[in-house]
Each structure stands twice: as C-alpha cells, then as structure tokens.
Design a protein around this ligand. Structure first.
Ligand code: RTP
Ligand code: MG
Length: 141
C-alpha cells in the first residue's frame, strides 16, 4: 500500500457536538497522522467551490447551507492507504446505513448532518488538500 494523503473535514454538526478530539483519536488509532489542520467558518463561495462536482444535484443547496452553518475543522491526514482508511473510519454517507463503530454511525444525525467529509480518490484528495492548504501549511514528509 502506498503512503497517501487525504482531506478530512469535521462538519459543523460534529464541531458543535464537541467531538473533534474523539474523531482525531480514531484517526490516530488507525495510524493516520494529522499533517495540516485549521478551524474555519467557510464562506458560501468556498463551500460552493469545494462541492462544485455536486452543483447539479438536488441536495446541493442544502449541503452548502449546512456546511456554512458553523465552523468546520479541516485536516490533511497521511498514512498507508489513507484515502480508503479514512473512508472506512467514516462509514456510509447515510448514518442509518453506516456500520457500527464508524464515525457517522456514532456521531452523525442524518445524511445532511453526517459529521465528516473524506476525499474519495487520489486525484480528488490532491485537489481538496490544495483547496484549503498552501504547500507551506502541510508538514513535509
Ligand atoms: P463527503 O463527500 O462529504 O465525504 O460524503 P460522501 O462522499 O460520503 O458523499 P457524496 O456523495 O460525496 O455527497 C456529499 C455530501 O452531500 C450530502 N448528500 N446528501 N440528501 C442526499 O441524498 C444526499 N446525498 C449526499 C451528504 O452530506 C454527503 O456527505
Ligand atoms: Mg464525497
């Protein structure tokens, strides 16, 4: 397996629930290292740009509204197979379908307020990390 980096966002619902530390502990226990991090209130433009691939989807406006409803915690994670590993930790998009013990099963309330985002492929991971972090803000390997 290759050493990878992925973008993770702890969404406004999970930040409001005060579970940033609990979610970070899951990353760490799975061998994922935080190599960049910032807390941020996203602007509407930033959220729309980040989710541009979903622009034509019926849930786009609700998704953007939710993502700007409060601060988010954004991090780049590094580790062997980090992209898939983070997706495994997150669980299914809909928390009702997420496996027990996953972040979404334990902390998410609905498909909209679903606690975390994680990049879904190597190409999107690189684009998403660069969307939020300058290269000088990410730890060198
Ligand atoms: P994410 O991008 O946030 O990591 O989540 P994901 O890959 O599991 O899901 P994706 O298909 O990329 O959708 C992005 C976010 O849009 C919301 N969504 N709502 N109401 C719906 O049918 C619906 N489908 C997706 C979710 O909040 C999802 O995380
Ligand atoms: Mg996605």
């Amino acid at each position: 397996m290759a050493l990878e980096r992925t973008l993770s966002i702890i969404k406004p619902d999970a930040v409001a629930k005060n579970v940033i530390g609990e979610i970070y502990a899951r990353f760490e226990k799975a061998g994922l290292k935080v190599v960049a991090a910032k807390m941020k209130q996203l602007s509407r433009k930033e959220a729309e740009g980040f989710y541009a691939v979903h622009r034509e989807r019926p849930f786009f406006n609700a998704l953007v509204e939710f993502m700007i409803s409060g601060p988010v915690m954004i991090q780049a994670l590094e580790g062997e197979g980090a992209i898939a590993k983070n997706r495994d930790l997150m669980g299914a998009t809909d928390p009702k379908k997420a496996a027990p013990g996953t972040i979404r099963a334990d902390f998410a309330d609905s498909i909209d307020a679903n606690a975390v985002h994680g990049s879904d492929a190597a190409e999107t991971a690189a684009v998403e990390i660069a969307y939020f972090f300058a290269s000088t803000e990410v730890s060198a390997r």
